[in-house]
Design a protein around this ligand. Structure first.
Ligand code: FAD
Ligand code: NAP
Length: 552
């Protein structure tokens, strides 16, 4: 673990040796394109995004290059990305274990700048004002849009994006006012069978006394306490062996007290398509769990859920053109006979079964419901102004093109080979914006470590980083003669734009206030749901930003 320091009120985290080290970096020690010779000074890295990808890359880089200077920019005043705003409130152990590793924030070479969205427009810090002050920029801003189905009726009242719902119950400011109507009927449909779909189902159907103890917002507790939803139908376009949810999350729902699971439908064996004994171990366990059903028998259950298969959403239907009344589906069938995947006596190949595709049979069906959640995945989008600093975005794949190690590559220059051909100098990515919006925190960590390692390797081996000529041009007069302005120079860019940045110290005050409010209700925290209220908490403390917190 990284060394932790206790905060000293009113003083900087930086130790005198580090401060002296920083002072001795002069412009004359820097060259145009960094080379191995300049690596006697520490790398300056800007990180965009404070989710697991940003944190774990920073953590890894500081392990490899303990002198590195890292500044992290986050659009919200609070850190942690989806660990705070995605992971379900009834999984506090996941949130806690991830936050523990994020103690990198307390490292003396690390600055957190919350409430500083990178992009264009009012209140944003443009990339052209950021990048020139650093040797490298790490794009780790995740996927903050959701995929749409693009079928008729998607905008009807009652069709809710899972991302919005998850954000709402987790206190994400963007969805503070979502107020989903959970009173209009007893049936909800969830489209998609990933872990997010199961999270949504669990929150809709969990006994309230379990949720009250979590950091689910009070507003969500209140809305759920008035909910009439008793049945949730989770519908996949493919079959039971293709659903991406994981065993642990499936089991959690099947074992929930008072919750029943509708037994497998007729024709189950045909639906599975592969004999049980021929399935790979992981799929055999899923099949067994589904067949065994819920711990609570349906006859004793207060609420119930079921999984539906081979139904692709085709339309959201309404007779009044305003409110959802039913979801229309097109029946699907496997495009090859699943039993054809069996060869000899060996278990079928996991990826072959998982990868089975479907096609429409043309048959239509519908499920009556006033509420439908679209849970078909998150999506990344380019940051405004990326093209101004030469960073491409692959819209079709929804990722920043990269060489899988984390170097951002320019498609016009061909793929990056072993000698980093095509690498946009100094530009790196990690996490969901690097590989697409799938993967748990552990896989995001592995991926971030790969990026951290490659930044360290490139730095040590004299690879090109952000050219310093550009740097000088953009920051002339700003950085006190040093062409790598780093945090000092960017701080001025932030102030110039009237952006109120939130330091790590500020966050600890918001955190303390949330915990105080939570304690009053017998829970770990009560999240503050609005950005202005978060900032108002800081006003209450009379200290609002890095200004009182020294420079690193
Ligand atoms: P994120 O966590 O999304 O972080 C990106 C950060 O960048 C955010 O803080 C965002 O505000 C910030 N940002 C965006 N745009 C800008 C900008 N312009 N300027 C500055 N900052 C910006 N995994 C598990 O292991 N266990 C779970 O229980 C679990 N539950 C999940 C529940 C849900 C609903 C979801 C969607 C995912 C869940 N995951 C879980 C997966 C896990 O959350 C992801 O693997 C991980 O968060 C991805 O990390 P990331 O850093 O790439 O993105
Ligand atoms: P996901 O796992 O990719 O699941 C998306 C689902 O949507 C799939 O069932 C997919 O079906 C379906 N889908 C996609 N496009 C569709 C369309 N046009 N029509 C109908 N269905 C469509 O995504 P996610 O659920 O958003 O989860 C994202 C990541 O976060 C995952 O890696 C997940 O494991 C992780 N996560 C983890 C946890 C946890 O560990 N507890 C909790 C939440 C999320 P196809 O398979 O047919 O494409």
């Amino acid at each position: 673990m990284l060394a932790r320091r206790a905060p000293v009120s009113g003083s900087s985290w930086i130790c005198s040796a580090c401060r002296s080290h920083a002072r001795h970096q002069t412009a004359s020690s820097l060259r145009a394109y960094s080379t191995a010779a300049t690596r006697q000074r520490p790398i300056h890295l800007a990180v965009i995004g404070s989710g697991p990808a940003g944190y774990y890359t920073a953590y890894r880089l500081l392990k490899k290059l303990p002198d590195a200077r890292i500044d992290m920019f986050e659009s919200l005043p609070v850190p942690y990305g989806l660990v705070r705003y995605g992971v379900a409130p009834d999984h506090p152990e996941v949130k806690k274990s991830a936050e523990t590793l994020m103690t990198v924030s307390e490292h003396p070479h690390f600055n957190f700048a919350g409430n500083v969205p990178i992009g264009t427009g009012p209140g944003h810090l443009p990339l052209t004002a950021l990048a020139p002050h650093y040797d490298a920029v790490l794009f780790a801003y995740g996927a903050n849009k959701d995929r749409k189905l693009n079928v008729p009726g998607e905008d009807l009242k009652g069709v809710v994006s899972a991302r919005a719902f998850v954000g709402w119950y987790n206190g994400l400011p963007e969805y503070a006012d979502l107020n989903p109507d959970l009173k209009g009927g007893d049936t909800a449909v969830v489209i998609g069978q990933g872990n997010v779909a199961l999270d949504v189902t669990r929150i809709l159907l969990s006994p309230l006394e379990l949720l009250r103890k979590t950091d689910l917002t009070e507003n969500a507790v209140q809305t759920l306490s008035e909910s009439n939803v008793k049945n949730v139908k989770v519908i996949g376009r493919r079959g039971p062996l293709q659903a991406p949810y994981t065993i642990k999350e499936l089991r959690e729902l099947l074992h929930m007290q008072t919750l029943g699971f509708a037994p497998p439908p007729e024709g189950w064996d045909r639906l599975m398509g592969v004999e049980r004994r021929r399935l790979p171990r992981q799929l055999k366990r899923i099949a067994e769990l589904l067949e065994k059903g819920s711990k609570t028998p349906m006859t004793e259950a207060e609420k119930a859920w079921q999984l539906g298969y081979l139904r692709a959403p085709a339309a959201f239907l309404s007779n009044d053109n305003t409110n959802l009344q039913a979801v229309g589906f097109e029946q699907q069938e496997y495009d090859v006979d699943p039993s054809s995947l069996i060869t000899g006596d060996a278990p079928t190949d996991l990826n072959a079964v998982r990868g089975l595709r479907v096609r429409s049979t043309g048959t239509k069906s519908l499920i009556h419901a006033h509420l439908a959640f679209r849970s078909v995945g998150y999506q990344s989008a380019p940051l405004d102004g990326m093209e101004d600093i030469g960073v491409p975005f692959d819209t079709a794949r929804g990722i920043i093109p990269n060489d899988r190690w984390g170097r951002i590559i320019s498609p016009s220059e061909g793929p990056a080979g072993p000698l980093t051909a095509g690498h946009v100098p100094g530009m790196y990515c990690a996490g969901w914006v690097k590989r697409g919006p799938t993967g748990v925190i552990a896989s995001t960590m592995d991926d971030a470590f790969t990026t951290g390692d490659i930044i360290a390797k490139d730095w040590e081996e004299g690879t090109k980083f952000i050219p310093e000529e550009e740097n000088r041009g953009a920051s002339a007069g700003e950085a006190g003669g040093s062409s790598r302005g780093g945090w000092k120079a960017v701080k001025r860019e932030i102030q110039k734009r009237g952006i109120r940045s939130v330091s790590w110290y500020d966050w600890t005050k918001i955190d303390a206030e949330e915990r105080r409010r939570g304690a009053l209700r017998g829970k770990e925290r009560e999240k503050i749901r609005g950005v202005s209220e978060m900032l108002a908490v800081l006003d209450g403390y009379g200290r609002t930003s890095y200004e009182n917190w020294g420079d690193r």
